[in-house]
Ligand binder design. Sequence first.
Ligand code: ZN
Length: 138
Amino acid sequence: MKTYRKELWFDVPTRKAFINITPLVEECLTESGVKEGLILVNAMHITASVFINDDESGLHHDFDVWLEKLAPHAPISQYRHNISEDNADAHMKRQVMGREVVVAITKGKLDFGPWEQIFYGEFDGRRRKRVLVKIIGE
Ligand code: ZN
């Protein structure tokens, strides 16, 4: 069995963003040489997400509006976590959007359903943060 591990680094200039990381994950898969197996992609920070959905800008806007209703950034003082920080909302948004995805690898390709793409969700950016890619298989 082969194993592969890589960290993808992001430095998002805004507080929030959704980035399609599918091409980067596909590069990892090619590098790994794995043809049949599983790929795990997870955010290594508790204020960022990795999730699978459609690469459609209207939907991304809708996610943003929905998350801002669920966990508004302001007023910062509404959160107990923000006694020493200002990112309580980012922790909550990450919790809703998820930590990781697992995708099957079949014949050397990501075995997606229709329109599935992998996204990095940033909720407290403006600093360097990582995503872990782990691949196992043969
Ligand atoms: Zn925090």
